[in-house]
Design a binder for this molecule. Sequence first.
Ligand SMILES: Cc1ncc(COP(=O)(O)O)c(C=O)c1O
Ligand SMILES: [Zn+2]
Length: 409
Amino acid sequence: MGRVIGLRCMSCGRIYSPDEVEYVCPRCGPIKGTLEVLYDYDDLKKNLKVADIERGPLSQWRYLPLLPVSGSRGLPRLRVGWTPLYRSKNLEKDFDFGELWLKDDGLNPSGSLKDRASQVAVAHALEKGRDIMVAASTGNAASSLAVNAAPEGIRTVILVPERAPRAKLAQLLVFGAEVYQVRGTYDDAYDLSIELALRKGWYLRSTAYNPYLGEGKKTVALELAEQLRWKAPDWVVIPVGDGCIFQSVWKGFRDLYRIGFIDSLPRLIGVQAEGCSPLKKAFFEGKETVEVKPVSTIADSIMVANPRDQVKALKAARESGGTFISISDQEILAAIRTLARKEGIFSEPAAASVVAALPRVRELVSDGDRVVLLLTGNGLKDIDSAMKSVDRGPITVSDLDELLGKIGG
Ligand SMILES: Cc1ncc(COP(=O)(O)O)c(C=O)c1O
Ligand SMILES: [Zn+2]
């Protein structure tokens, strides 16, 4: 069980053995030639039982039979995954949803969903005897790699865009990563990471290039289904940059469906920023790849001009009967506040985008539908944006008289 039997190219359909190809389809190249990880689904269907999973640890390692690592050389020890799924108390009523749920992945060790992918990549590197890893990242993928690699003794070399928020840089440096800030955008850092890893022979953890990352991210879907007692929700709403989380959520639900653990599939809604919505545009124009144009948004984690998982993400949206929507930076800032004050969850801008999208999501769903919002990153990651989202700052006082003069009520 859990053995990868092949890697299938998303464009030409060719299936490679895992020993034959490490990253992308050699014929189709990056973006078009992203690979899908295949397991022996017949064997899993016959031999894997719900109870086997439920007996596992309270972390993403409970899904080991559905992951591309054997665990034979030990597994990285940080507790990644098994994050809370809350029924929304207030937003559900305010926006008139039948059922609204919040999956708080900002509670992972480095504060984002990316820990799921990085931990699987680190486990994979350990099994392959690789001890240096390279990643390009808007910030979270890299900081999650630094956090998960440090205790395993793996050296990390990180390329980030000039604009990465300081908290993400601080995480990287504290966990001992070697950090290079690339003059330019995330897209520039990404291309450089591939050149560097191939030149040096180091193991690359850059989204969509490395096929195993999505397998880590898919555990959020496995968890959601389990937390809902092995039922898929009707809809999952997901912030989208490269599209890797989006396609991985779809892969996770499809894997569970194929092995008979769930009997329906959700529809996926991808949320992009108005200033950066190449996937939404391609989706509505019926295209399979995006047109690359300059982009800008306050939500740095989803500021991606050329989404590297675009082929899989567009396919996932279409196959699931889902869609893409976009929201403005002002709506994102307001949503950080709303989510915190209504539900007690502090999210970074990219994650709060799914809350900003609620009015539009409500128009798409039916009255009784069960809707899950994926909250992908913690608010402490980007304090500057958080400060912009609040309506008043602290008031300075020296003594009781001044305090009584200024205090309301
Ligand atoms: C907090 C957060 N949300 C959403 C995303 C978007 O994920 P993807 O690039 O896989 O679409 C990222 C990616 O960096 C992220 O860090
Ligand atoms: Zn191919």
